[in-house]
Design a protein around this ligand. Structure first.
Ligand code: HEC
Length: 128
């Protein structure tokens, strides 16, 4: 009984330590690539417009700036610059961040969002 309690306490402690670490370090781009493939590529790619706009050089880019992609008026006129912070807010809840936009997908988990952003950063750097 006490060893079960001990194990449970140990696991709880590990989880809280791990989530603290996760909040302080930048995302894991390798994990981000996997999540991107699972949750984003049905609509997006780094290189080409699909149902959503391409993501090449996303960080530092103005929202709604890809030529040949037909954005919602809400996103296009938002004047947002994509950064760690703005992408994080967007992925948490696109419609809260930019009401009237047309992407109906969100990423509720903070670590998942950070890892996706790390991946998008890596991809952006490769290009230019
Ligand atoms: C079901 C299709 C769909 C999925 C899946 C999807 N998106 Fe989108 N995304 C869109 C659409 C549509 C837009 C354009 C929104 C608008 O114009 O209002 C968009 C826009 C964006 C933008 C703004 C780009 C710009 O040029 O301003 C970002 C960033 C983005 N998506 C990231 C992601 C990420 C990261 C994922 C995966 C977690 C994802 N999206 C999953 C459809 C999708």
């Amino acid at each position: 009984m006490s060893s079960i309690l001990g194990t449970t306490l140990f696991m709880l402690l590990s989880v809280s330590v791990l989530s603290k670490v996760a909040n302080n370090v930048t995302g894991d781009s390798v994990r981000g690539k996997v999540i991107y493939a699972q949750r984003c590529t049905s609509c997006h790619s780094i290189e080409f417009n699909g149902a959503g706009p391409l993501h090449r050089n996303l960080l530092g880019r103005k929202a709604g700036a890809v030529a040949d992609y037909s954005y919602s008026p809400a996103l296009k006129s938002s004047k947002i610059i994509w950064s760690n912070k703005t992408i994080d807010k967007w992925l948490l809840s696109p419609n809260k961040f930019i009401p009237g936009q047309k992407m109906w997908v969100s990423v509720p988990d903070a670590k998942d969002r950070q890892d996706i952003i790390a991946y998008l950063k890596t991809e952006g750097d490769k290009s230019k």
